[in-house]
Design a protein around this ligand. Structure first.
Ligand code: NAD
Length: 292
């Protein structure tokens, strides 16, 4: 069992850290937000800023963005012992992820980018999917630790490949949710019931995760946020963050992503209009309003 520092004990980080502890690892957490520290302490996690970085074998970061990850790395790289395995599970831009890898290598550390999908429910249940970027030997070391927090661990390639996989996947998700929302609104206009469209499309060529696991209208998929007032789930603000990362990457890499770009604009407007805290499948209500 390893000594693990866990930095960023928010909605995702705390349940992930608790699962590592449950698996028998010695975990020390750190956060800068007093309420997060309090929640971690009352859940039974040891919290200590110095202890999360010094004399640990592995440091996992779960932070909001690339700028904060690189800031945290300044302290980590100065204080952690050489050879420490650094795993960044935040969703961040590919360029920052690659910078973090380069800085870690220069400081004699091992590093992996390992963003996740599966949301807060998956973090609590230990069923996250990890998309990992890094060298083969680093992946071999990280895999058993990640397995305590997730059920699928995919080695996507070298530095930054995990983040690349995450934003490509979430660009599909953002676009497909809009497509499914448009199809249901069109069905309403044509007098076709939600259930009839669902029964056909879920077993036809329109089938996709946004329809069959996360259906944006109440009824056909009882566990989807549409049945729960569009409470997240996966908030529209986070969907927008990931779409913006995809567009930044597309622009840097010279990829033409016309639908990704359009989906980003649609979610930007939705969030600007005050719906950042709504589940992203609530975009259907915006499509319906525009169709009125
Ligand atoms: P969150 O805002 O709930 O948690 C982030 C935590 O990091 C906060 O508690 C904050 O105080 C802490 N923090 C910020 N700067 C810090 C620093 N310098 N040192 C220590 N702690 C610091 O966010 P979250 O929902 O847990 O998401 C974390 C990451 O996971 C994000 O990159 C997000 O995009 C990604 N993600 C989230 C979900 C989801 O459903 N919430 C799903 C997949 C991926």
């Amino acid at each position: 069992m390893a000594k693990i520092g866990f930095i960023g004990l928010g909605n995702m980080g705390l349940p992930m850290a608790l699962n590592l502890q449950k698996a028998g690892h010695e975990v020390t957490g750190h956060d800068i937000f007093p309420a997060a520290i309090e929640a971690a302490t009352s859940a039974g996690l040891r919290v200590d800023a110095e202890g999360s970085v010094q004399n640990v074998d592995i440091i996992i970061t779960m932070l909001p963005n690339g700028k904060l990850v690189l800031e945290a790395y300044k302290t980590i790289l100065a204080k952690a012992k050489p050879g420490t395995l650094l795993i960044d599970s935040s969703t961040i831009d590919v360029a920052s992820a690659r910078t973090a890898h380069a800085q870690a290598a220069a400081a004699g550390m091992l590093s992996a980018d390992a963003p996740v999908s599966g949301g807060v429910g998956g973090a609590a249940a230990g069923t996250l999917t990890f998309m990992v970027g890094g060298a083969d030997d680093v992946f071999a070391k990280a895999q058993p630790v990640l397995a305590a927090m997730g059920k699928k661990i995919v080695h996507c390639g070298g530095a930054g490949a995990g983040q690349a996989a995450k934003i490509c996947n979430n660009m599909i998700l953002g676009i497909s949710m809009i497509a499914v929302g448009e199809a249901f609104v069109l069905a309403e206009k044509l007098g076709l019931s939600h259930q009839a469209l669902y029964d056909v499309a879920s077993t036809s060529s329109g089938q996709c995760w946004s329809l069959t696991s996360y259906c944006p209208v109440p009824g056909p998929v009882p566990a989807s946020p549409a049945n729960n007032g569009y409470r997240p789930g996966f908030a529209a603000a986070l969907m927008l963050k990931d779409l913006m990362l995809s567009q930044e990457a597309a622009s840097n890499a010279g990829a033409s992503t016309a639908l990704g770009s359009h989906a980003t604009e649609i979610f930007k407007k939705f969030v600007t209009e005050g719906h950042g805290g709504t589940d992203f499948s609530g975009i259907i209500n915006n499509i319906r309003d525009k169709s009125a």
